[in-house]
Design a protein around this ligand. Structure first.
Ligand code: MN
Length: 502
């Protein structure tokens, strides 16, 4: 393990970049020298692998350094001040973010998964924190076999329910697939075995067909004068296949995209040309032509998909895309971050839909008709897009911090359930969000273990405990403190009854 191995993976790092990564490498190695993984290996391996994962994603020196240092605050008791002095406030901010996220635990209550995903996003405050956390989790999943049994399932389930879907929302499909397939056998061992067997039975047939079809496509393209292209193929991830099989009555013959051929060409016009060549050589399946170039998926995914009869009784999916679309499809938002500072790359045409999707998945999930893709874009998204075009990276990051993450707060019950509230909400809003009976009998409130007044504004990550008394009742003052309509409605109704009685 050397710092050089990380630096070699970086995209033209400057001398300063190399020095920063080397310094963080040495610092982390020293800090964790007496610390081991469950496997008995030096703990530093984990940080080294996380940093390599980040470099593979094209992240810059600051993020890689933070990746190397991400466990020093929590695990070996290095002080915040020391990090700030050695590495500056930005790296400290990133490490603190990763440490905070590490404290959130998924307890397996399905109804809270969406809140918890949102909480992750809100608490990360900077997309780089989320990306470090995802690569950290990737290595932890790669070594999950060494973790005590009782912990394995919890961690794997959390990966499946929280981390993998987040990677997907960020458009990071490769990471999403890796996380899912690593977690799958720990969470659903029987289904995993079954899916693996089904795939194995199918793959000989599929592989022969893939090779044959690919060769004949290459010939057809050459005949039409298309010479600049690359081909590739992908086999569907096991977990993703499992989910699809469940939807298709476990019948593998109904799953057309077990494996798919990819054709990567220089321009968008080439994509349509290739589609034409393929459709004149093979009969396409009706209703299976999907133009995600004209109509990108909500997470930003672009490609043309078609499914064709291969002529030997088989069916095969073909995906056509440009190099840029390919990079985006695999690395998602990471492919839009500049190698230097983690800002959005200016030259890429920003598809901000996936940023929206990240925060407003429920809205996008419901939006089936992609023609209305910009209909209900809130004002702050428009500002985001403008900031992006204004080519002021600092401004962009500021907008991201204040608007992107600033509209909701996510707080916990003492049991760890997540409650999602508008910004500036009070403990009264929290209490009514739990249950009207609790709201109607608030006697006091503790935030993070300390008694506070009812006008306290709740902050992300606060643990809120409501103390109730049968005799306590809402007052008119509560109306001023309550922010949610739900709380205000209950308070009004109680006050009205009380007035009527008096
Ligand atoms: Mn870690």
């Amino acid at each position: 393990m050397t710092a050089k191995e990380i630096i070699q993976k970086m995209d033209s790092p400057s001398k300063e970049d190399q020095e920063l990564v080397t310094k963080a490498f040495n610092f982390a190695k020293e800090a964790h020298k007496d610390h081991q993984r469950y496997s008995g290996e030096p703990y530093f391996i984990h940080l080294f692998e996380t940093a390599k994962n980040l470099a593979d994603l094209g992240m810059g020196a600051t993020t890689i350094a933070a990746g190397l240092l991400h466990d020093v605050l929590e695990d070996v008791g290095i002080k915040d001040e020391t990090i700030e002095k050695e590495f500056g406030p930005e790296i400290l901010f990133l490490i603190q973010g990763v440490t905070k996220l590490g404290k959130l635990k998924y307890r397996g209550a399905k109804r809270h998964t969406e809140s918890l995903r949102k909480l992750f996003v809100a608490m990360s405050q900077d997309i780089r924190v989320l990306i470090i956390k995802l690569t950290d989790r990737l290595h932890n999943m790669q070594t999950l076999g060494h973790v005590p049994l009782h912990k394995q399932k919890r961690i794997a389930l959390e990966t499946l329910e929280i981390y993998a879907p987040l990677a997907y929302r960020l458009g990071m499909r490769r990471l999403n697939r890796e996380l899912e397939d690593l977690a799958f056998p720990f969470v659903y061992p029987n289904e995993y075995k079954k899916t693996k067997e089904i795939l194995k039975r199918k793959s000989k047939e599929t592989n022969d067909r893939l090779e044959k079809t690919l060769n004949s496509i290459k010939k057809a393209l050459a005949k039409e004068g298309v010479t600049k292209f690359k081909t590739d193929f992908r086999v569907k991830g096991l977990y993703s296949l499992h989910k699809k099989l469940v939807r298709k009555d476990m019948d593998i013959e109904k799953v057309y995209d077990v494996s798919a051929i990819r054709i990567i060409v220089p321009t968008v016009a080439d994509c349509y040309k290739v589609l034409g060549v393929i459709h004149s050589a093979y009969r396409p399946l009706p209703g299976r032509i999907k133009d995600y170039i004209a109509f990108p998926k909500p997470n930003g995914y672009r490609s043309i998909h078609t499914t064709v009869f291969t002529g030997d009784g088989g069916i095969l999916e073909i995906q056509i895309r440009t190099e840029e679309m390919h990079r985006e499809a695999e690395y998602g938002i990471a492919s839009h971050l500049s190698y230097k500072e983690g800002y959005i790359r200016k030259e890429t045409n920003p598809n901000i839909l996936w940023i929206m999707n990240l925060l407003r998945p429920q809205v996008l999930g419901a939006r089936k008709n992609l023609n209305q893709k910009f209909v209900d874009v809130p004002q702050w998204i428009k500002h985001l897009a403008e900031a992006e075009l204004s080519k002021e990276p600092d401004e962009y990051i500021e907008t991201l911090k204040s608007d992107f993450f600033g509209h909701r707060v996510f707080v916990f019950t003492p049991k760890g359930d997540v409650v999602d509230l508008p910004i500036d909400s009070s403990p009264i809003d929290f209490a009514y969000a739990i249950h009207s009976d609790i709201g109607n009998h608030i006697a006091g409130v503790k935030v993070n273990g300390k008694l506070v007044s009812l006008d306290t504004k709740l902050k992300n990550g606060d643990i809120v405990e409501i103390i109730t008394k049968e005799k306590s009742k809402p007052t008119t003052k509560w109306l001023d403190l309550a922010k949610t309509t739900e709380a205000r409605r209950h308070i009004r109704s109680v006050l009205h009854i009380a007035e009527a009685k008096g």
